[in-house]
Design a protein around this ligand. Structure first.
Ligand code: HEM
Length: 325
């Protein structure tokens, strides 16, 4: 009996450790269902919130998928991208030009977190909520289904200056993009698969107008370039937006690869997938085999979700650390 109690305590040790500042070793599928008193409904709750927002506007789905990428590439998947500016930290990642004002979907995460805090307070990390939301958005927008391990912790550090150094920019070439992915333990195959996310959502004109003016970039289809000029006039007062994929703008599908092959990707970085034999081959595979793309996209999302910090906490609200120094 005594021994059984010891085993039971050992089995629940990860649950007991869920309080205060903690460290994790590895993530596991169904993490919140494993401890009797944690939060078996966690993933169901996030899914319902994501569904509600995507039904209002599929752009929320694109937003949380991009948010997952931007979170994971800077200090690991630790929800550092969610922290608001505070007197202690006036310049968090959220304020970097890479994220502000284009990153969206914060209200999806807030609502999921508020609901979860009512049902099982102090248990589910904001970092896991982003990972679940991105997984659910992939399902609702693309029918792409994969299991995502969880058990991430929320970080306490968020620095705007680190964002530009870690995330690729739309004007960068394949060598640079590959190097930035490799720095996170991701391969060239992951670059090609994850870039497929550019089959949904939008881009601000400012992210690609250097390809339109003063002349249309020769690496872009000239007719497409002329069309984009009508959507993004030079010296416009406002930074307009266009869909990433004009053919199936709200579907996470393999249309992106056709667009890139047709020189109709918005970014130079999209075009650059055509510049090596390895990426070109994979691009053609994904372009012609939608189910292969779907499988590899899910795999690469899981891999990206494994980029990690090991120290942190479960925030009470996703926008602030639990206490300030
Ligand atoms: C390979 C390097 C990448 C570059 C250079 C890049 C760059 C960009 C840029 C400049 C935008 C437009 C932002 C705006 O102006 O509003 C964008 C949008 C987007 N990106 Fe990427 N990205 C890359 C990879 C990824 C990856 C790996 C993902 C996720 C798996 C992703 C998901 C998205 C999504 C979903 C949008 C649309 C966001 C929305 O509608 O709110 N991107 N990306």
């Amino acid at each position: 009996m005594g021994a059984r109690n010891t085993y039971q305590i050992l089995a629940f040790l990860p649950c007991i450790l869920l309080f205060g500042v903690m460290s994790t070793t590895s993530l596991e599928v169904g993490y919140y269902t494993k401890c009797a008193k944690t939060c078996p409904q966690a993933e169901i709750i996030v899914k319902a919130v994501v569904h509600k927002y995507i039904a209002m506007d599929p752009g929320f789905g694109a937003g949380v998928i991009r948010m997952f990428f931007h979170d994971c590439f800077v200090r690991g998947c630790d929800a550092s991208v969610l922290l608001d500016p505070s007197p202690q930290n006036p310049n968090p990642e959220k304020l970097s030009v890479v994220n502000n004002p284009s990153l969206r979907g914060f209200e999806v995460i807030d609502e999921a977190k508020e609901t979860l805090e009512r049902v099982c307070p102090g248990v589910v990390s904001c970092a896991d909520i982003i990972a679940f939301a991105a997984r659910d958005a992939s399902y609702f927008l693309g029918g792409i289904s994969y299991e995502i391990p969880s058990g991430r912790l929320d970080g306490r550090v968020s620095i705007a200056d680190e964002v530009l150094k870690s995330l690729p920019a739309p004007f960068q070439n394949l060598t640079v993009v590959n190097a930035l992915f490799a720095a996170q333990g991701l391969s060239t195959d992951d670059v090609v698969a994850l870039s497929g996310a550019h089959s949904i959502g939008r881009s601000h004109c400012s992210s690609f107008t250097t390809r339109l003016y003063p002349t249309i970039d020769p690496t872009m289809d000239q007719g497409f370039g002329s069309f984009l000029r009508t959507k993004c006039p030079q010296n416009a007062n406002e930074d307009g937006v266009v869909p990433q994929d004009f053919v199936t703008p709200e579907q996470l599908d393999n249309q992106y690869y056709q667009n890139v092959a047709d020189l109709k990707g918005l970014f130079f970085s999209d075009w650059s997938l055509l510049t090596s034999g390895e990426t070109l081959n994979l691009l053609n595979d994904f372009r012609t085999k939608p189910e292969l793309f779907a499988a590899k996209f899910g795999e690469s999302m899981v891999k990206m979700g494994d980029i990690g910090g090991t120290q942190g906490e479960i925030r009470k609200t996703c926008r602030a650390v639990n206490y300030n120094y």
